[in-house]
Design a protein around this ligand. Structure first.
Ligand code: GAL
Length: 316
């Protein structure tokens, strides 16, 4: 079992603990910064792969985490949220009207349900009211990510098996999907068995360029994650490239989000990934690292421990 990091320390491969000394459930995490505070929504893996609630935490600096309770709890009265279901990759966006909208990968235990779910709240930490789930435009949807552009347009990134990784534009209230703006596939040379997309997608925009990150489809095992760039969420997307040393399996982690941290001196990017312990998902270690994004290139930088100054954006 991975060791616990001293509280307030980002140490890739070691566990974060909360104010109670409990292992922070920041798995498959979504992270946003509202009014200077970082909020994180993670999969509570108390019940292993089965839904244990969406745990919400806050932090001033991405290092010291305070558990705020379950933003979305297990609820036997709601079929999608019932015990034994699978809910992964909670991601939150705030709509122009100020509503916090949570998107989720909603599953059955056999991963055959393959839907996106929506929940809303008037506070980042919830509690969220669950609305519904669907297959966007009829498509299978497994791992998801979200992105909000500077103009407030929201996007859903969703993995649709052999049809690829879709970028869907969301409605202005973020509560429905309007259209697919682009779809990407893995290169056939990497996948002789047939094309499919990347999973666990996340997107950032830096200096006018869009960067899309994802992992190969190897379940709880890690692989060399990739990124592509484009002048718009609609593409055209570049070839997929490594952002960590090839063969390192992304420092043995799977991307969950890349978080821009805009400060007074610089905008830094933080990679938050998961090192899954398939037999003990609760203790899966976070692998969070600085990501250098510059001139169309993205590169993960290994550090044993590091900090980010939330005011200046400087990583040291
Ligand atoms: C991965 C996915 C995880 C989880 C896992 C189950 O491919 O990224 O979120 O669904 O499979 O095996």
């Amino acid at each position: 079992m991975p060791t616990r990091a001293p509280r307030g320390t980002i140490a890739p491969g070691l566990l974060f603990t909360d104010q109670h000394g409990d292992v922070a459930q920041l798995h498959g995490v979504g992270i946003r910064r509202y009014d200077g505070v970082f909020y994180a929504w993670g999969e509570d893996k108390t019940h292993g792969g089965a839904f244990g609630g969406v745990a919400c935490y806050s932090s001033p600096d991405l290092a010291t985490w305070t558990f705020l309770g379950h933003a979305l709890a297990v609820d036997g009265a709601v079929p999608d949220l019932a015990p034994g279901r699978v809910i992964e990759r909670p991601k939150v966006l705030r709509s122009a009207a100020g509503t916090y909208v949570m998107l989720l990968h909603v599953e059955s235990a056999d991963y055959g349900y393959a839907r996106v779910g929506w929940a809303i709240s008037d506070r980042p930490e919830g509690p969220y009211t669950y609305l519904h789930s669907e297959r966007p435009l009829g498509n299978i949807s497994r791992d998801i990510g979200v992105f909000m552009d500077d103009d407030g347009t929201g996007y859903l990134l969703s993995e649709d098996r052999e049809h690829g990784l879709h970028v869907y534009r969301l409605a202005p209230d973020l509560l429905s999907v309007e259209e697919i703006v682009s779809t990407t596939l893995t290169p056939p040379s990497d996948h002789p068995a047939g094309p499919h997309g990347y999973e666990s997608p996340t997107m950032v925009k830096h200096d006018g360029l869009y960067y899309l990150f994802g992992s190969d489809l190897t379940g709880w095992s890690t692989n060399d994650n990739k990124y592509a760039t484009a002048p718009s969420p609609a593409g055209p997307w570049s070839e997929w490239r490594d952002f960590a040393p090839p063969g390192s399996a992304t420092y043995d982690s799977q991307v969950s989000v890349v978080v821009p941290v805009a400060g007074s001196e610089t905008t830094s990017h933080v990679y938050a990934g998961d090192r899954w312990s398939r037999d003990d998902l609760y203790h899966s270690a976070p692998v969070w690292l600085p990501m250098r994004i510059q001139d169309g290139r993205a590169e993960l930088e290994w550090r044993d421990t590091w900090t980010i100054d939330p005011a200046t954006g400087v990583i040291s």
